[in-house]
Design a protein around this ligand. Sequence first.
Ligand code: IFM
Length: 464
Amino acid sequence: EVNITKEDGIKTCKVATNGGDLVTIRSFMTRSGEVTLDAGKSAMTEKGVEVYTSRDIDSYKPLDNFELDVDSLYQKHCAVWNKKWEEADIKTEDEKLQGALRFSVYHLIRSCNEDDPRVAICAKGHAGEGYYGRYFWDTEINMLPFFIKTNPKAARNLLMFRYLTLPGAKRNAAKYGYSGARYAWESSVTGDDECANWQYADHEIHVTADIVYAIMNYVNATGDEEFLRDYGLEIMIETAKYWIERVDKRSDGSYNLLGVMGPDEYLPMTDNNAYTNRMVKYSLEMTLKYADKYKEKAENLGFDERLEKKVRDVYENLKLPYNKDTVLIKQCEDWDRYADLDFNVVWKDRNDFFARQISQEKNYRSKALKQADVLLMMYLFPEDFTEEQVKAAYDYYEPITTHDSSLSAAIYGIMAQKLGYTEEAKRFLQKMIDIDLDESRKGAEDGIHIANCGGLWQFVTCLT
Ligand code: IFM
């Protein structure tokens, strides 16, 4: 057994030979060593490395002792993974689905650091360079339900990430000239928006309300109201301060969200997108409810009488572009001004993305959707809509939805299943499976579509 002096993270080195010979390691830094062995003898070396990030340099405390026994480390590793699988595995007799499910669950688990709220899960599940490691609403809407159910601690941490990046969200709001907090469309680790495309960065504002929706989803499922009181409430109040300035008031007294991109990213600047407005209304409703419940805390956060009055006014008069009697809910108030499109003319190769076969200029003025929008609203607010409304929306929007986004198939699959459109649901299930696993598509070359992994999990758990 040889002890090597500490050098740049490499602490101790245990070297054993099968014949008990002394083994000399000269330099670990250059990753080379020298071993002298008698003929017929072999040697094995085990090397331990501690890894820490530049964020932890000040607080980093080197371990005194390394455990360098590969067998016992492997056993520990297996024990952790076995526990994870016990918590999250879903068994099915359908072999192909089983594989896809385990692929999804595995990537969800391994992409989440349940002990560190300073990081979340980037859109490619930390498995590739796509989207440069940025965080999207994918986490809150597509992935969080998996963690809420299988690992609430991890779910809480993901939401804590949003709390810790509130200063970044405030900077984003200030950059646009608003008070309060506006969450980034493509968040960096600091919460600052790094989205390079103006269409998304400026207009896809629903993410700010999606985060409050996700907080409530977590709190309702776990009963962790302490999280809501200690962290969620501040997010609610700060984002409410942003919303009351982001709305425009019309002469009929209504408040409106104009110039908005909903979840469907093929209509960049619409007015009163149904999904966004419904989300914001919910977010303001929860803000009022919990600011009242935790009055003192809310007051300390600046939620005074004047602010309460304003938030209530916006909440009550925020326009929803539908009511309970609207059979076909329009995606946005100005939906009718967009042009109908002959998909057979434009979208010849259905194995390739629609957006690659149409100019952006034409796409942006056409009734062609990238992904679920109205249908997603109906999925997230099921109690608001009748079956007739859901059916009308599905039958109308599905034929004009390209599903270019990997976030779409799961939602359409779930809604098809709910409507009893079994064949359609199967078609979407296949789509979900193929997104990363159909080798001919090379879907995973820039990383895993981790939102789809969460979507597949939701699809399957919705069936049970
Ligand atoms: O967040 C999604 C968006 O909805 C569609 N484009 C890709 C983004 C990242 O997955």
